[in-house]
Each structure stands twice: as structure tokens, then as C-alpha cells.
Design a protein around this ligand. Sequence first.
Ligand code: F6R
Length: 608
Amino acid sequence: MCGIVGYVGARDAQELLVASLRRLEYRGYDSAGIAITNNGRIEVRKSAGKLQRLDDLLEDQPIVGTTGIGHTRWATHGVPNDVNAHPHTDASGDFVLVHNGIIENFLSLKEALLEDGHEFRSDTDTEVLVHLVADEYDGDLLEAVRRAIGRAKGAYAVVVMCAHEPGRIVAARMISPLVVGFADGETFLASDIPAILPYTRSVLVINDGEMVDINADGATVQTIEGEPVHRTPMEVTWDAGQAEKGGYPHFMLKEIFEQPAVIEETLRGRLQSDGSVILEGADFPAGFVAGLEKIWITACGTAYHAGLVGRDVLEKVLRIPIEIDYAHELRYRDPLIRPGTMTIAISQSGETADTLAAGRLATELGSRLLALTNVVGSTLSRDAADILYTRAGPEIAVASTKAYTAMLIGTYLLALRLGLERGTLTAAGAAQLAGELRALPEKANRALDMDADIAKIAGRIAGVDDIYFIGRGLDYAVATEGSLKLKEISYMHSEAMPAGELKHGTLALITEGTPVVVVLTQSHLYDKTISGLQEVKARGARVMAVAYEDDTEVAKYANHVLRIPRTADFLSPVLSIIPLQLLAYHIAKELGHDIDMPRNLAKSVTVE
Ligand code: F6R
């Protein structure tokens, strides 16, 4: 994520940049900073923490000037501190930039720059870009930026200023969003439209592979290859509040729809075409993976449900025992955790008190702790020997959706990385899995197409007293998360169980019209689950099935079928959770609940 802004005009840039960043804070709030050109010099102020800290700093040390850039950060490389905060400058201080995205080849670029005598101050991937721009500069900022980004691989929106060319800002986009706004005698840049909406409604969206060169009189756009681009700006008609949620009525829905991009982002630069995996934060000692005897997984809530998928996936690939427990249980259980094991603590926030305590216990007992977390620099990431950051971006809705999916992707990456090293996964097997993983963003997009159909079904079950979610194997793991999503935002009683467990008691509760959701993607368990489905159907249940789009059998037994694109059964949780998230969302909406902030719950549970 991260939010970026730029301004050239006649107003006080400091005030405008901070106000614009405030409207982008939902994109990240680990640190913030601005840079302004003032009498041929660039001045920078930046600070770790929320934007308010920067605002306080500027109160003491204001910067005067009418051309500037700004950034609010969601950390991906380097912990959130003052030094890693953007903007970043080169050694001379004449070049300054802000960046949103990930420079995948930053390590090799950094090594080359270090050899050439450049000195680095931060741990960010971004800093390489400003050194490259300074190196490439010969009097024209646009050309310097073009040559610099020509050497970088990855996703970026980058905004650059140079002390030698006051009143000019150059920006470029590859994947990460960027818009330009136009008003009389002033021009704006931002990650998204709401940031600049109070100043202009005339906006041009910059496309992937384009560069934009702005001054107070307007902007010229061209491709990175130098082809001129002529597009007319659009007139924005919607309001800023709507826009922060990207036009969605709730953050939860926006985050559900962000999942294809999150899957892609979490894989980016890690999954290689041959199926091998680079995990930049995991540095296992020699022989550790080969000698690994057991893996423990610990987490709470949705993260625990991601761990249930992880248990089956890692067990299948690594052929060693995998044990999972809730962090609040594990920490008080006197568990037999031994040296020679790995403990994976999963936490979106990296701050859940019980997960931290369970992770610390595992470390004390000699297990090597790996943090699977979404928040760079979180306590969990600092406690752990190894870190695998999911790259879901800030999750605002209390009910977790995109962070769950990113955790699943993290687990698959880990399984590939460890399986290849242990030799339990063949190169051919890994390459095949990698191909299937790469296809997931597009398939997740197609799964989202069911949104309108699910909204209709939701209307028919909103407000029933009880609802049950069943499945076997990985489908059971998904059923647990589907059930939690529903109960936390609909306040309906909902229970998940393995399909085989129904007849051991719960079947007594199934009567005429009881809704039962069955997840049905695991081919080797298909017939067994179908017979469980027939059992509930025979008692009058109203059955909703989540099944592959080419499943011709399921419609004979289910009242509604929510269809997902076919994938390897092993990866199906990434897709089968989508209809269940949408079902929960639409039921809660139907009931008129506060979807983004459900009662009694908090986003981060930092107390026991
Ligand atoms: C449910 C949800 C919670 C969290 C749980 C752990 O939608 O978000 O169940 O998953 O509180 O939080 P993290 O992952 O931050 O440790």
C-alpha cells in the first residue's frame, strides 16, 4: 500500500500535502513525510508513527514553499522508523522521491550502487531508486527517472523532485496507482482521487507503464518508452467519503474485492517460474530444514483458521507431524515443544497478546519461531527468527478477509520452499503448483463475479436462528472461517464442523429449513461429503453448496450452488472462502449491522 502525493502551484505546499496525506492514511500509517523545494534547496521532514507526529514536527519546524511531495507508509522493507520513512534523498540532497510498491531487484541494485561508492541510510527498497535517479541525471529530471526505472523491476508509483528544476515533479507508474489532478495554476499527484478531491474534480488516471511530468501549468504524459499519451481528464462526480472506500459501501467489501491483487502481491518476487521460492525474511541455518522434526502452528481467530489450512498443506508436502493449537490454549498447556522444531505464529496484526506469548514460549523451549504476519516491524516480527510478511496492505474492516487469503498464500510459499529443500516435493511438482498459484488472482476475480447472486441468496437466510457449515479436510478448514465471518458480523448463531461429525450429535438440530452450507472441493472426499449432504437434506435442510464450476452432480442435492473456478484441490481454500465472505457480508448488510465495526469486537486483541 502506502499513499503518495505531489503538488506544484501557488499555495502553501506543506499544508496541502499534509491535508492530502490525511485522506490517504487508510493506505498505511507506519510513518509519514514530506519534502518541499525552497529557494533551490530541498527540505525534508519525516517521522515514524501516524501523520499527527509529522504534523507536530512541522509545527516546530515548518517548511516554506509551493512545490512538494509527500508519503504515508505501509512498511514492506525495513521497520517503521524515522530513517525508513519517505521521502528519501540521495547523498547530495538534490534529489528526493516517494514510492509506493516494491522494487523486486533492489538487493542486486543496491550491491552495484554500494560498489560504486553510494552510501545508504535506510533499509528500504525505495532508497535505491533515488540513488539511481541521481546517477542518471544530466540536466533533465524526466530522462533521469526514465533511465532509473528502466533498471528497476517490480511494482511502483514513484514521484520525484530535483533541486535544480524547481516547480517540476516527475512521476511514473507500474502497477501501483497514480492520478493527476488539474486546477487553474496548480497541478496535483496522488495515489488516489480522494486525496485531491477538495482541490479539483478534473482528474487523469495514469496507466501502467506511463510517466507524467508536471508543473503549475499542467502535465504531459508519455509512456516509459517515450511515446506521447493524449487522454482527456475526467470530471469526478462522487464525494470523497465514498472514494476512500474505493466506491464500495464498506471497507469489508472493498477488502474482499482486493483479494486478487493481494494474492498477486504476496507472490510477487518470491515465486519463481520453476516453482522455487525466495523468502527474503527467512534465513534458516544450514541443515535446519532437512533435520526438521515437527512444526507447531499457533494463532487465534481467523489466523487460526488459516493455520488449519496450513496444517494440512504442510503435512502433505513435508511428511512430518504438524500440530496446531489456539495460542491462548498452547501457552498454558505445558506443550512438548522441542529444539529441532519450527513454530509458525500467524497473526495479521502481529500484536495479538496470546499469539505473542505462545510464540515466546516456543522460542524459550528451543523451537525456531517463524512469524507469518501482515505488519512490518510488529512485535511478532521482532520476536521471530524468521519472518514471512503477507502483503495484504492495511486491513480496516474488523472482519478479516484479505489478510486471511494472504496468510494462505504465505503458507503455500512456505510449503514450496521447505518441501523443495527437504526433497519431499519434486521440481516438477513444485513447477506445477507454481503454475496453479499464478493462476489464482484471475480465478479469484472470477469467483467475485458471484457477488450479485450471493446478495439474492443472503436475503433468504438473513436472520435465521442457526446455520451450520460443513466440509471435510481443507473444506472443513474453510467452513470454520466461513462460519466465523458470518457470526461476527451477522450476530447469527453459526457453527462449523467436519461433515463426518454431524451424525455424532448435531444432526439432531437439523429440521425443516435449517440452512447448511457445505464446501465441496476435495475430490478424494467428494462422495463422503455428498452422503453427509444427503443426510441433512433428508431432514429438511436448506443446502447451499460451494463447488467447482464444472461440478454437474452437486445441483441434484443443493438448493443453491455457489460456483468457483476449478483449481488444484490443494489450493481451493483461496477460492472457496470468497463466496462465504460475500455471503456473510450480504447477510449482515441485509440485517442492517455495522459491518466494518461489529459490536464487542476490536481489530487487534492486545490483551489476554
Ligand atoms: C476475525 C478476526 C479475528 C482475528 C484474531 C487474530 O475476522 O479478524 O478473529 O483473526 O483476533 O488477530 P491477528 O491475526 O491480528 O492475530
